[in-house]
Design a protein around this ligand. Sequence first.
Ligand code: ATP
Ligand code: MG
Length: 452
Amino acid sequence: MAETKKDKILGVKGMNDILPDDAPLWELFENTVQSVLKSYGYQQIRTPIVEPTALFARGLGEVTDIVEKEMYSFTDSMNGDQLTLRPECTAGVVRSVLEHNLTYDSPKRLWYTGPMFRHERPQRGRYRQFHQVGAEAVGFAGPDIDAELIMLCQRLWDDLGLEGIRLEINSIGDAEERNRHRADLIAYFEQHRNQLDEDALRRLHSNPLRILDTKNPAMQSLVDNAPKLLDYLGEESRVHFEGVQRFLNHNNVPFKINPRLVRGMDYYNRTVFEWITDQLGAQGTVCGGGRYDPLVEIFGGKPTPAVGFAMGVERLLELMKVSTETFSRSQCDVYMVHQGEAAQMQSFVLSERIRDAGLDVVLHCAAAGGAGSFKSQMKRADASGAAFAVILGDDEIARGEATVKHLRSGDMNNNQQAVAQDKLVDFLIDQITGGDDHDHGHLHAGQIHTHH
Ligand code: ATP
Ligand code: MG
C-alpha cells in the first residue's frame, strides 16, 4: 500500500518569504540606506530580536496598540522569563545604549535594520513580521538634530528615486504641557461623550491624546475641533519647534504642520513627524519618528535627550516597485558549460580562476536527471542572465582551449570564439570591462535603473 502523501507545512500567516526575484530590490534598498546613513555619520547597532517583555511594557506604555494587543509574548519554558519578539527597536537600542554606557563621552548617532513582529490583521502594507530601518540620535537636545534626521529621510527618498512622499510635523510638547492640554481634552470629550466610539471611551481617561489619532470617520469632526496641543506649548517647547521649522525652511524641505499628529508610543515628546504617500492606499505612512527625551530616564538612566525615526521597508519597496522601470535579471558574468568527465574536472579549475579575477561564475551542476545535454545546459546558461557562456567539451580539452560564447550579443553569426585556457581570464576581463562605448547588457544584481 502506498504511503499517504504528507501535508505541506506552510509559513505563519502574515509572515512573508522574501523570494529571490525580489532580492535585487531589497539589496538596492539596503545598500542605499547604508550609504545615506553613513554619509551623515550614523553607526549601525544590532540588538536581539527577543527582549524582556517589561522593556516594551514600560517603554512604550501600557495603553498603546502595541502593548495592549500586538505583542508576541511568551514564557521561556526553561526558566519562566517573560519575553517578547520586538515590535519595534527604539526600546532595545536605548536599553543597549544604557547597558553599555555608549553615551558616556559623547552623544551617539545610531541606526538599525531588521524584522519586527506585531500581531496585527494582515493586509496590504501590514504584516505580522515586517522590516524597519531606523535611526536613533541619543544625547542630542537641540532642534538641529531633529531637522538632520528629517533631511536624511528626504535624501534617502531622492536617492531611491521616490517621489510624492510628504512630510507632516507637529510638536506634542513636554509632560506638563500635555497634562494641561489633557485636562481640557478630557473635559471636551466628556461634553461630547455620546459621539465617542468604544476605543475612545476606553482611552478617555488613560490616554486621551491617542483619541486624536483615531481612524474612525464618524469621529473626524469631533477630533478636528478638539483643543490643540500646539496652543498649550510653553516658551521652551515653542522655541524648539520653531527651530526645527527654521532649519527645514532654510534647506527647502517642504512640510505641513499637522496639529493632530501624535505618535503611538508614550515615550514621545516635542517634535513628531511622519512621511506619508497617497500611492499605497490606507497604509500610507512610510516613516514615523520624533523626540523621546523621557525614555532613557524611564529605563533607569540619567536624563538624556534623544530623537529617532523608523521606516517600514515593505511599504517603501512597494513604492519602489511603482517607480522602478526595469531591472536586469542577470545574476553572473559567466555560466560554465561542460560535457564529459575531463571537461567537468577542468571546469571547476577554470571557474575558480575566473572568480579569483573578481568575476561571478555559475558552474553547471547536475540536477536530478544528471548533468544534462549540451543543449539543455546552454538553455540554463541563457536563463541565468550571464553575459558569457564558457564551454568545455572533449575537443576544447584536447586543444587546451575553451569556447566563449557571448550570450547578449546582437550579432548571432559572430558571437563565439575559441580562447586558450591560459588566456581565458584576461579575455573575459577585457570583454567585460573593455570597450567603454559598448554596453554588454550585463548588470550585477543590485544595479537597478530607477527613473525619476
Ligand atoms: P500604523 O498607524 O500604520 O499602525 P504605527 O504607528 O504602528 O503605524 P510605527 O510603530 O510608527 O507605526 O512604525 C513605523 C513604520 O513602520 C510605520 O510608519 C510603517 O511604515 C511600518 N509599520 C508599522 N507596522 C507595520 C506592519 N504591521 N507591517 C508593515 N509595516 C509596518
Ligand atoms: Mg500600528
